[in-house]
Design a binder for this molecule. Structure first.
Ligand code: FAD
Length: 390
């Protein structure tokens, strides 16, 4: 590889959640100079649980994080499907929802931050406002910071990526709604559950509670079926009102959960959606993770995609001496079949999300046919260590 080229290359990464810091880790390892700009004023703790599957565990291992992550595993066991009176009518096998390893997303982000903070410049509380590419680089302006030039820009800023909007076009062109809205919030483990959860489902609506952090906390979720609602994405009060209107009058623990939601410190609400694009790069700008190919929460593969995408993108840039055109093409070529399979999973999952009270037979069948047993598109993780400049 041409070490001088790659060593001098500066890379701005928009988004400091999973894909962004993972990419920064590998870029630094390969001799690049990454900077992360993250809109949130500080690291976000907690959040919902995310899981890792298959090759993503290899990436964590190569990052030296696997054991640390295993120590944070939620160790989720099977959960119970309950009726309006709280009576269990079926067992939901953990194989369906908890992956090979499951942690709180905030814990993962913190870990990625801790292993990169010494080597990577982090700018919190700011956001890209414009990108101007020329033959030698990209001039970037920010909401607050002064304009800067970078050799490359990576959009790892999630489903509603601003990088994507600036470099490729408006969100409506790429984001496909899966017909489900989800709210998730934190609360005490007031039911005294032990590494498990309870799920309540009626046509078009579902609510659940799962334990977190060694049963000291819990996370609850509301899901409902709807097409394209109009609301302000930043207005949590409006989101809570939408949920309350949908779930008022429902049985089981729903009245208590609605009250808990009102005072929750952490609250998330969004449409379940996918990002579908013909290409993930435009000149010196490339997309990574949910920003470019979100598969939707019902795929359960978004975190794995973000980690694997980061590994491949950084590795291809290193292996090609910083030739971004060739590297972006190779990254995309390797990721495409893997993403296509996950997006199909995400769509299937969304379609059967609100199936009427599933019988034990159906749940057992779903667990036996968990995608890990039937997948056809494993992704190859080349060894890029020979490309290291360190
Ligand atoms: C409810 C729910 C449940 C999920 N469950 C699972 C699961 O079980 N397993 C799994 O693998 N995946 C799951 N996912 C998906 C997973 O969370 C994502 O796929 C994964 O987090 C993608 O990582 P990312 O870094 O690409 O994007 P994100 O995690 O979305 O991070 C984007 C980052 O960019 C920042 N940002 C946004 N806009 C800007 C801006 N303009 N400027 C700067 N920064 C910006 C955000 O603050 C955020 O930090 C779930 C998702 C949801 C919504």
């Amino acid at each position: 590889m041409n070490e001088n080229t790659s060593q001098s290359q500066t890379v701005l990464i928009s988004g400091g959640s999973v894909a962004g810091p993972a990419l920064a880790f590998w870029l630094h390892r390969h001799g690049f100079t990454p900077t992360i700009v993250e809109r949130a004023p500080e690291l976000r703790d907690g959040g919902y649980a995310v899981d890792f599957r298959g090759e993503a565990l290899d990436v964590l291992d190569r990052m030296g994080l696997l054991e640390e992550i295993r120590a944070l595993d939620t160790e989720m066991g099977d959960a119970a499907m309950v009726d309006a009176e709280g009576r269990q009518y079926a067992t939901l096998p953990a194989a369906i929802f908890a992956g090979d390893l499951e942690v709180l997303k905030g814990d993962l982000t913190r870990m990625l931050y801790e292993i990169t903070r010494e080597d990577v410049e982090y700018v919190f509380g700011d956001s890209i406002t414009s990108l101007h590419q020329d033959a030698d680089g990209v001039l970037v302006t920010f909401e607050y910071g002064t304009p800067r030039r970078f050799d490359l820009v990576v959009g790892a800023d999630g489903l509603h990526s601003r990088t994507r909007a600036l470099a490729f076009g408006p969100e409506e062109e790429f984001v496909r709604h899966l017909g489900i809205y989800t709210a998730i919030f934190n609360l005490d483990n007031y039911l005294g559950l032990h590494h498990t959860g309870r799920l309540y489902a009626v046509p078009g609506k579902a609510a659940n509670i799962f334990t977190a952090r060694g049963n000291t906390e819990a996370r609850a979720a509301f899901h409902f079926a709807a097409e394209g609602l109009e609301y302000d994405r930043r207005d949590a009060t409006a989101h809570k009102r939408i949920i309350a209107e949908r779930f008022i009058g429902e049985g089981w623990e729903v009245p208590r959960l609605l009250k808990e939601m009102d005072t929750a410190q952490e609250f998330f609400f969004d449409a379940n959606a996918q990002v579908v694009m013909d290409t993930w790069s435009a000149g010196r700008v490339v997309l990574l993770g949910d920003a470019g190919y979100c598969a939707g929460p019902t795929s359960g593969r978004g975190t794995s995609q973000a980690l694997i995408g980061a590994y491949l993108l950084a590795g291809e840039l290193a292996a090609r001496g910083g030739d971004h055109t060739g590297a972006f093409a190779a990254y995309e070529q390797q990721m495409r079949p893997y993403v296509a399979e996950h997006q199909a999973l995400g769509r299937d999952g969304a379609e059967r999300f609100f199936m009427p009270a599933p019988t034990q037979e159906i749940l057992d069948m779903l667990a036996a046919n968990a995608p890990e047993n039937t997948r056809t598109e494993p992704v190859r993780l080349p060894d890029y260590t020979r490309a290291d400049t360190a």
